[in-house]
Design a protein around this ligand. Structure first.
Ligand code: NAP
Ligand code: ZN
Ligand code: ZN
Length: 361
């Protein structure tokens, strides 16, 4: 264990109120296969909010959330070959896995029974993992992603979770074919990136949203081809049976059956959103016209690198609101109300130190 130092600080929730405040932490010394990273930016994913409020009933407090980490390498272990000090890198939702099972060998560390998440997870050495709302992190090189030269750290950070979470199901469920019609349900952090990847793949993209105020920018700024307001019966009726697939990113429990109606026969809805309560599916909504409902959890490391490389090539980045560390609790309140266009990103490098110092004074 590295000694606990004042410079090594994070923003932690201590209980289900989810209130975040500074906490001094220890990170392990840089091991032979490890990369030490100075964190510059960290995106705020809705999973961070679910976690700090213990909505999934699995919280290990204190929780330092954050799994959309972008930063700069400060030190590497002696066996590390892929990175050197000064490299721009990212870390997403995983920091370890068994690294030897069939899933890991095929590049699907995300499906490893021994997956270690970036925060709120017990690592293989018995310590609890702390996420990216913190000054630095030490990660096995397998779980570090290289930032392409053209990819900015701030607008690229959200790709480490939001990006791979929508890219992977598009790739593996055949929703990356030019001319196909994909629906993006929920225009938040994940959803807006899904729109951009859909267009980069050459697809027709329709946003299905509960927020009328997002229509204009969905089409004009994000490049969607169409917008369906899910509360508008006429618009839903007109879209019935038109989509090859839907990426469902909604973070809340909503009735899914009417949305399955938007699929063509044999169409697929891929669930990536993780609302608190079980989802109700009337059997006929799936069985009639041979629909599929599938789930998808982030993506493997090779796919994550492929995703960010493709994003750089096509100019896909997140639309972000950069905030200081002292704004994080207000940001969480706004995220709960879907009041963000479209991802908060914390400027860790410039503001976390001051925020921690102000509280300890
Ligand atoms: P987000 O930015 O908050 O976006 C969620 C969107 O869902 C909102 O912008 C809103 O879009 C819609 N929504 C929210 N409440 C709603 C309600 N009551 N009724 C209808 N629509 C509602 O969240 P995110 O960061 O994109 O994450 C989305 C979900 O994916 C979360 O549950 C998160 O935990 C999960 N997630 C899963 C994975 C995975 O590996 N599967 C990875 C990351 C995140 P509109 O305003 O357009 O309706
Ligand atoms: Zn996430
Ligand atoms: Zn494994």
């Amino acid at each position: 264990m590295a000694p606990t130092t004042a410079a090594n600080v994070g923003l932690a929730a201590r209980d289900a109120s989810g209130h975040l405040s500074p906490l001094t932490i220890a990170r392990r010394n840089t091991g032979d296969n490890d990369v030490a990273i100075k964190i510059m930016f960290c995106g705020i994913c809705h999973s961070d909010l679910h976690s700090i409020k213990n909505e999934w009933q699995n919280a290990i407090y204190p929780i330092i959330p954050g799994h959309e980490i972008a930063g700069v390498v400060t030190e590497v272990g002696k066996n590390v070959t892929k990175f050197k000090a000064g490299d721009k890198v990212g870390v997403g939702c995983m920091v370890n896995s068994c690294q030897s099972c069939e899933n890991c060998n095929q590049g699907f560390e995300n499906n490893c029974p021994g997956i270690i998440f970036t925060y709120n997870s017990v690592d293989r050495d018995g310590t609890v993992t702390y996420g990216g709302y913190s000054s630095m992190v030490v990660v096995h090189e397998r779980f570090v992603v290289r930032f392409p030269e053209a990819m900015p750290l701030d607008k690229g950070a959200p790709l480490l979770c939001a990006g791979i979470t929508v890219y992977s199901p598009m790739k593996y469920h055949g929703l990356n074919v030019p001319g196909m019609h994909v629906g993006v349900l929920g225009l938040g952090g994940l959803g807006h990136v899904a729109v951009k990847f859909g267009k980069a793949f050459g697809m027709k993209v329709t946003v299905i949203s509960s927020s009328p105020g997002k229509k204009q920018e969905a089409i004009e700024r994000l490049g969607a081809d169409a917008f369906v307001l899910s509360k508008n019966a006429k618009e839903m009726q007109a879209a019935l049976g038109t989509m090859d697939g839907i990426i469902n990113t909604v973070s809340a429990n909503i009735p899914v059956a009417p949305l399955l109606g938007l699929l063509k026969p044999n169409g697929k809805m891929i669930l990536v959103g993780l609302p608190e309560k079980p989802i109700e599916i009337p059997p006929f909504a799936l069985v009639s016209r041979n629909k599929t409902l599938a789930g998808s959890c982030i993506g493997g490391m090779a796919d994550t690198q492929e995703m960010i490389d493709m994003a750089a090539k096509h100019g896909v980045t997140a639309d972000i609101e950069v905030i200081g560390a002292d704004y994080v609790n207000a940001a969480m309140e706004r995220l709960a109300k879907a009041d963000v266009r479209y991802r908060f990103v914390i400027d860790i490098g410039n503001t976390l130190g001051d925020c921690a110092a102000a509280v300890s004074e």
